[in-house]
Design a protein around this ligand. Sequence first.
Ligand code: UD1
Ligand code: CA
Length: 458
Amino acid sequence: MGLSVIILAAGQGRRMRSRLPKALHALAGRPLLEHVYHSAAQLPRARIYIVHGHGGERVRESLSALKAEWIEQRQQLGTGHAVRQVLPQLKPGDTILILYGDVPLITAHTLSRLVEAAGDRGVGLLTATLNDPSGYGRILRDDKGRVAGVVEEQDADEAQRAIREVNTGMMALRCADLARWVSQLDNRNNQREYYLTDIIAMAVKEGAPVAAIPPGSVYEVMGVNDRAQLAQLERYYQMVQAQHLMQQGVTIVDPARFDLRGELEAGGDVFIDINVVLEGRVCLGSNVRIEANNVIRDARIGDDAVIRPNCVIDGAVIGRGARVGPFARLRPGAVLAEDSRVGNFVEVKKSRIGRGSKVNHLSYVGDSEIGRDCNVGAGTITCNYDGANKHETIIGDDVFIGSGTQLVAPVKVGDGATVGAGTTLTRDAPPGQLTLSRAPQRSVRGWKRPGKNSAKKK
Ligand code: UD1
Ligand code: CA
C-alpha cells in the first residue's frame, strides 16, 4: 500500500498583507512550505503533491528543487475543492495524508502516528486542545465522547465556540474513501467554500472509525496566518535549536538572542555571544569564540579562532587560531590561514591571507594572494578593478606593506620586500628590497593660512 501526501498551499494568505505568497515566507531562513515538505519527505516512499494557486508560479520556481508534483487550483474555493484537484492523480489503493502549507512545524514522527491511526478503513485526525482555540475549526464529539464532526468557527454557535479541542486540518485516510466523500461536499456554509472538514461527519455517518490523536507539541499544529504568528513560531523554533546545541556542549549566552537559519556543526566548547545570526552551512571547530553581533553565512571556522564583535562573514574559510574583527567584512572566497589577523574596517574578497599575516586596519584586499608572516599596513588598498576587469595582487612571504599603499593590480611583491608608506605600486616590487613611490616633500616658508572671508561677516 502506497502513501501519497497532499500539501495544500493555494490560499492567498491575505492576513499576511504581503506581495510574497505565504508559502514563501521564511521560518528560520526557509520557506514555510519547505518545512512541511521536509517532514513529509521523511515518510518512507511518500509521493508528494503540492496544491498551489495564488502566486503559484513564483512558489513553484522558488521551490523547484523539491521532489513533488505541483497541481494548480485555479480558484480558491476551499480546502475540499483543493483536494479534489489532486484526486485524478492518486492511486485508489493509497493512503492519503493531507497537510497544510502554512503549518510548518509538524514532525515526521507525528505524521507516521497519524497514518497508523487511520488503519485500513478509518480516518486519522490530528486534533489539539488549545487554551485559545479561536480561528480554528472545533471538534464535535457525541455523548460517548466519539468524534462526530468538525464545525468551522465561522459556522459555529456560541456553545461550539467554547470547545477547546480544535481541528488541525491534518488527516490520513484511504484514497477511495476520500474520493467518495469529497465528491459529496457542498458549499452551503457561511464562507461559501467546500470544506474538507465536512468529510469527518460523512465518515462518522458511514460508520468509519475516526481516531483523533494529539501532536507531540502544540507548536506542531500552529498555523501561520499573520506575521505575529510567524514571529511566534520563529522564536519557538530558534529556542529548540538553541537547546539542542547547548545539550551538545555549545555555550549560547542568550538563547533568545540566537538565530540559526540553516545548519550549524560545532566542535567542543564553542562560545556564542548575543545577537549572532548564522545562515546557510556554518562549521565551527573546537574552542571557537563568536563574540557579539556577528552575521556568519556559509563559513568554516577553525579551532581556537576568535571572531570579535560586529563582523559580517560570508563564504569564508578561517584557519585555526585566526582572529577576525571587530568590524571586519569577509566576502566569498576569503581564506584566512592559521593564526592570521584581519582587523577593524577591513574587507577581504576572494583572497588568501597566509599563516601569521596581519591586515589589521582599514584595508581592502580583493583578488589577492598574501603569503606568510606579512604585515599589511593601515589603509592599504588593492586596486583590483580597472572599470572593466578584475586583476590579481600577489604578495610573497615576510612582506611589509607600509600604510596607505595602493597596489594597482596586476602586480606582484616579492618575498621579504618592503613597500614604503603611501606608495602607489604600479609595477612589481622585487624581493628583499625597499620599493616606494613618493612625491618629494617640500615646505613653503612664509605661507599664510587663508582667513575667513570678511565680506561674509555681518
Ligand atoms: C482550516 C480548517 C480548520 C482548521 C485550520 C487549521 C477547513 C475548512 N478549515 O481553516 O478546520 O482548524 O485550517 O489550521 O479546512 N487552501 C487551498 N485552497 C483553498 C483554500 C485553502 O489550498 O481553496 C490551503 C491554504 O493555502 C492553507 C490551507 O489550505 O495552507 C488552510 O486554508 P486556510 O484558509 O488557512 O484555512 P483555515 O481558515 O486556517
Ligand atoms: Ca490557516
